[in-house]
Design a protein. Structure first.
Length: 336
């Protein structure tokens, strides 16, 4: 027993997670799942990714002496130190390469949220980097497109689009081998509260004017005229403009409408900081108070479950109940 304590202490001094923590993560996320989730390395690596999210968002947050790892580093650590995964260590490079290739083929869905005048849309900025995009994310196994869009938008913005979503109103584009479908969610009030449910994924949410998102010139589609990085936005703008031209907005443009974008939520701290490499078009920030942390519990949406803010012990109970294969991320609210 004392040997285990010495091993744990040595690991912590190096910033490495102790063996018992890795065993626990492996047991909770990899072993205690339906058999079908262990039938391919792609599915196993998704489970390892869930364990990585939990480690970064909970274990490291509670114990700053623990090191933070990239997914590849964490995968290597788990495979090398968990008995059930050790037999495959020799093939890990190929396994991870195949997983990375597989991920870029997984279909993505999300939403283009328009205000009541159809002049502005909601964009989100990632936690790392400075690019903006429409809220969207990868589909889960056997998940329908519209259900994925509802779940991902709820995760990234805290806004439930289910009452607005029309399954037939969407714009779709192909990027390499990946299909991206964005449902058009039109007529959302501009005083709607937004705040992500995920941890360390979204650093900012803003209403951006569509006329500010047009490419700076024909040769540069990744930046708008204001300098915003719009790699995942620009390809949808022409089709969106065409849709708007055939649909009447609920209300006419307001004369007092902000001339530029309006930030509605911003994280206190993120990896992007206040980098000058991404010029902002934010004019003002909503004075509407941010919503309090959501009450613990599940928020049900079609085909999936979105996990609210659980304690670690409650989260484990959820996994033991068989929900792990449906969970996309561990959630918590990051206040502005």
């Amino acid at each position: 027993m004392s040997g285990m304590h010495r091993s744990s202490s040595a690991a912590l001094k190096n910033g490495l997670p102790p063996q018992e923590l890795l065993d626990d993560l492996c047991s909770r996320f990899v072993l205690n799942v339906p058999k079908e989730d262990l039938q391919s390395f792609e599915r196993i690596l998704f489970l390892v990714e869930y364990a990585h999210w939990f480690y970064e968002d909970n274990s490291v947050e509670k114990n700053p002496s623990l090191k933070s790892f990239t997914l590849k580093e964490f995968t290597s650590l788990l495979f090398n130190r968990c008995d059930v995964l050790k037999p495959y260590v020799a093939h890990l490079d190929d396994i991870f390469k195949d997983f990375t290739s597989y991920k870029v083929r997984v279909p993505v869905t999300g939403a283009i949220i328009l205000d009541e005048t159809y002049e502005r849309c909601v964009l989100v900025k990632g936690w790392k980097g400075s690019s903006w995009s429409f809220p969207r994310g990868k589909k889960n196994k056997d998940e329908e497109d519209h259900a994925c869009a509802i779940r991902e938008v709820l995760e990234e913005t805290g806004f439930d689009v289910s009452k607005f979503l029309n399954k037939d109103e969407y714009i779709e584009s192909i990027f390499g081998q990946q299909r991206v479908r964005l449902y058009i969610i039109a007529g959302v009030k501009d005083d709607t509260s937004f705040a992500p449910l995920t941890k360390k994924e979204i650093s900012e949410i803003a209403w951006q004017r569509l006329d500010e998102l047009q490419p700076a010139n024909d040769d540069v589609i990744s930046r708008g005229i204001t300098g915003l990085k719009l790699y995942m936005v620009a390809p949808f703008l022409a089709s969106l403009k065409s849709w708007i031209s055939t649909h009447q907005p609920p209300i006419a443009p307001k004369s007092d409408m902000p001339l530029k974008g309006m930030c509605v939520w911003k994280a206190k701290n993120s990896s992007t900081g206040n980098s000058s490499s991404s010029p902002m078009i934010i004019e003002n920030q909503s004075t509407k108070p941010e919503p309090d942390n959501p009450a613990p519990g599940f928020v049900a949406v079609p085909a999936v479950y979105v996990c609210g803010r659980f304690s670690e012990s409650e989260a484990y109970l959820c996994m033991e109940g068989g929900f792990i294969h449906q969970m996309q991320k561990w959630f918590g609210t990051r206040q502005c």
